[in-house]
Design a protein around this ligand. Structure first.
Ligand code: NAI
Ligand code: MG
Length: 500
């Protein structure tokens, strides 16, 4: 397959990988789609085709699920010692570290994000997730119970892998989302079919090679590439899948729930957000300006937890808006492989049009632009300038809906009662994350309690750790990623009672 326009700045190893004939990882082998079909992968910095990858359809999904089924029912993965499973996951983390910059190049080429960010954030966090979960393999335990049923009994629980797990991930953190999904499922002893996002399949395909190198038994991890309807939907509906874990839009999350009803497979969902960042007048202003700007502009706003509703106390409103707008104007927007880039292009033409459409709808509904705007000034590629909107009202689409781009709505508040500001912050169908900016201990604690969100950050935003559970209230999802808590997604509890 002819490959076009790999950026000359990438290393020869990465260029060779991108140019190679891409295969899916099914049953321990690298294979083409049954139909032989492929689809193009684009470089969002130029809009040009980077390479092609296999297009999985039902037949491929069936093959991958059958391989995972065999690996679960008969294969070594769920049966090997916990320590050995942990060792393989640990090896994957070491291999990721060894190839850190190569993965960062792939993320930058495929997703558009700055290489400099991917190499210190996406890839190390992914490696850390594997290392953290490698440690859990040997610590998954049941409990014993002093039961009061008449007689003499010994009762205990066993924690067992749920079975064959299907996982569907988005494009905003391609490698990291793969790690968040795959590491805990495998640590629990499940076998996995992972479907990568169609926009960003490259780092996941490279990760499959690392698993192969690390000694993964055939079928325990299968990695497929394809579209939502062609590959995702049959995976979600598959009767031989015991559990589905999904990250993406709330709209598709609802389709996943419906598709899962056939065999009542277990479902966990990590969906959209419209996260508030609330700045109180006693906050350290410069810190809050930098922090709330990075809350929305990190990863070009393509974060489910992006701080996209910025509530600022009226006393400091002008100062904070001005400060955040300065930060926005200073951000260097350039291709991710340009060493000076602080913000690359959005991931795709579709996403670009969506985000620009939101900015235009905000303007049409009467919002004002304090920084940025719908025109990027960059000739090609899917670039959007970091944008600050003021003069919005709570009914506007830009305030209610997830934009998933570098666009923040700054809103003043004058409320003295914390309940009133909490009510505004909680006025969303979503409940994924929030941040509070204050040096007042009482406000920090009271607002943290009152926010209906799975994560609350105080005087920070976007702090993630493999040990910390992450997930949503309300329509932001079901279940949690990471931490000890994620293991609940992938384990069944069996109660055993023995009459003595
Ligand atoms: P999406 O939800 O359509 O795609 C996410 C994943 O689901 C991809 O792997 C896709 O192939 C798969 N998928 C799509 N339709 C499916 C179906 N019917 N059955 C099974 N799998 C399916 O998200 P998309 O289209 O990439 O982005 C649309 C919007 O979703 C974004 O603008 C953003 O607002 C939101 N989003 C939220 C994310 C999050 O982390 N919460 C991540 C990505 C997108
Ligand atoms: Mg979609």
């Amino acid at each position: 397959m002819a490959t076009i326009a790999i950026d000359p700045r990438v290393s020869s190893g990465t260029a060779d990988f991108v140019a190679s004939s891409h295969k899916m990882f099914i049953d321990g082998r690298f294979v083409a789609a049954a139909s032989g079909k492929t689809f193009p992968v684009y470089n969002p910095a130029t809009g040009e085709v980077l390479t092609h990858v296999p297009e999985a359809e039902s037949e491929d999904v069936n093959r991958a699920v059958a391989a995972a089924r065999r690996a679960f029912d008969e294969g070594p993965w769920p049966r090997m010692s916990a320590s050995e499973r942990g060792r393989i996951l640990w090896r994957v983390s070491e291999l990721l570290e060894k190839h850190n910059d190569e993965f960062a190049e792939l993320e930058s080429l495929d997703n558009g994000k700055p290489f400099s960010v991917a190499r210190i954030a996406d890839v190390p966090l992914a490696a850390d997730m594997f290392r953290y979960m490698a440690g859990w393999t040997t610590k998954i335990t049941g409990r014993t119970f002093p039961i009061s049923f008449p007689g003499d009994f010994h009762s205990y629980t066993l924690r067992e892998p749920i079975g064959v797990v299907a996982q569907i991930i988005p494009w905003n953190f391609p490698l990291l989302m793969a790690a968040w999904k795959v590491a805990p499922a495998l640590a629990a002893g499940c076998t996995v079919v992972l479907k990568l996002a169609e926009q960003t399949p490259l780092s996941g395909l490279r990760l499959a090679q690392l698993f192969d190198e690390a000694g993964m038994p055939p079928g325990a991890l299968n990695v497929i590439t394809g579209f939502g309807e062609g590959a995702g939907a049959p995976l979600a509906a598959h009767d031989d899948v015991d559990k589905i874990a999904f990250t993406g839009s709330t709209e598709v999350g609802k389709l996943i729930v419906k598709a899962a009803t056939g065999n009542l497979k277990k479902v966990s969902l990590e969906l959209g957000g419209k996260s508030p960042a609330i700045v109180f007048p006693d906050a350290r202003i410069d810190h809050a300006i930098q922090g709330t700007a990075s809350a929305i502009f990190f990863n070009h706003g393509q974060c489910c937890c992006a701080g996209s509703r910025l509530y600022i106390h009226e006393k400091i409103f002008d100062q904070v808006v001005e400060g955040v707008s300065h930060v926005a104007e200073d951000i260097k927007v350039a291709p991710g492989l340009d060493p000076s880039s602080q913000m690359g292009p959005l991931v795709s033409d579709e996403q670009y049009k969506k985000v620009v459409g939101y900015i235009e709808s905000g303007l049409a509904e009467g919002a004002h632009i304090a920084a940025g705007g719908p025109v990027s000034g960059v000739e090609r590629g899917y670039f959007v300038r970091p944008t600050v909107l003021t003069g919005t009202n709570p009914k506007m689409k830009v305030v209610q809906e997830e934009i998933f781009g570098p666009v923040v709505c700054a809103v003043p508040f004058s409320d003295k009662e914390l309940d009133a500001i909490l009510k505004r912050a909680n006025d969303s169908i979503y409940g994924l994350a929030a941040s509070v900016w204050t040096d007042n201990l009482t406000i920090a604690h009271k607002v943290s309690r009152g926010l209906r969100a799975g994560t609350v950050w105080v005087n920070c935003h976007n702090v993630f750790d493999a040990a910390l559970p992450f997930g949503g209230y309300k329509q932001s999802g079901w279940g949690r990623e990471m931490g000890e808590e994620v293991l609940n997604n992938y384990l069944e509890t069996k109660a055993v009672t023995i009459a003595l």
